[in-house]
Design a protein around this ligand. Sequence first.
Ligand code: F0G
Length: 439
Amino acid sequence: MRAASANRLRCESCGAEMSELDPRTSCPKCGGLLSVEIELPTERGAALRALFDGRPGATPAAARADIHMSGVWRFRELVLPGIADQDLVTQWEGNTPLLARERIARWAEVPNLLLKHEGHNPTGSFKDRGMTVAVSNAVRIGASAVSCASTGNTSASLAAYAAVAGIPAIVLVPAGQVALGKLAQTLAYGARTLLVHGDFDDCLRLARESSERLGVYLANSINPFRIMGQTTIILELLQQLGWRAPDWIVFPAGNLGNTAAFGVALRLARETGLIESMPRLAAVQAEGAAPFARSFRGGFAERKAVRAETVATAIKIGDPASYDRGVRAIRDTNGVVLDVSDPEILEAKAIIDAGGVGCEPASAASVAGARRLARDGTIRRGERVVAVLTGHILKDPGILLEYHKDAGKPFGNTPVEIDAELGAIERVLSEPASTTRGR
Ligand code: F0G
């Protein structure tokens, strides 16, 4: 048991005192509610303020107004030097954690695995890093409206940043193919939302054509400002590693915006002397949406396009727009491109979720990909690997409920319906756990 401090639990009804380590949550004498009575620090006033203000993450008024609190604009010299502060549309995006989780690393067979969790961004995906730059630029150039095609995360992010900037947003998404959380966000943030009878590739074609025709500013990742914002995923993770580059960076790839951005980031980081060695990029696609992996296997001799099909709707893309810059990023970093199956993605996701970390299906492709690369010896034992989790677990609640509804799934956690009586709980807890979680 951990040592108790001088804190006490005190009953709010009868005043009885208990150790703060007592596991009971109501008063054993009278059933009253308990409060924690803490031992106050010796510092007071200015000394206490100085203690709190000196800690990382402190946000006194001055710091709150400081755009360098953003995990994108903190790197402004490498992102978009010269843009005026008053044009910046920021919600302190970035600042996402780099997590070490032993159970997930063990599953992936990569002992030195870290997870860069971009789901911690304001709208729950890495898109916010690109969007703060694209929408700031839209403000700077006086755009009257912004638009995008999306599998859901870009639209949610654009909708939010456009709302902050006070610019109308129009988004095109494939009807019936966008995860629930993303569609809900897009509507709630107020974007004009068009459900297109077609797939993402149709949406992007339409978005490009209509933005030209209607003079609307296009905020897809073909927009170069998006790419500059997304470079900060890499800059931030390098900073978190004390500027000691990892051996590998593994991430899901769809339209190849991130692949392009990561290549740019690493070139910039090398050129400016931020890092000494070049990590290798590993772009992971879903088996049914893997045109880039097919091109890679053919030595990039030919650009491929497919009709995409995968449970990971975020990366259900058949003809990636940033193909050429994606190729450059892979070549520059001696990188690899691979694909993983939907069952591998879902198993990786279940492990990431059950580890308390959680992510959306597309994000799990990175960890599934890391496992593939470790198993085939491409990632060698002892190499330091960062897998990027691109989106939050709540983006796609539908797929989660579907997975856990079925008791046969390897990491399934089926809910148990009971009558409202104590005996029912006892009966459930006395049964052997039907899941293999934690194995
Ligand atoms: N992971 C997530 C969660 C995504 O939403 C996306 C792309 C990717 C990975 C792939 O990144 O396109 O740069 O290769 N989502 C886009 C969207 C297409 O519209 O939200 P990419």
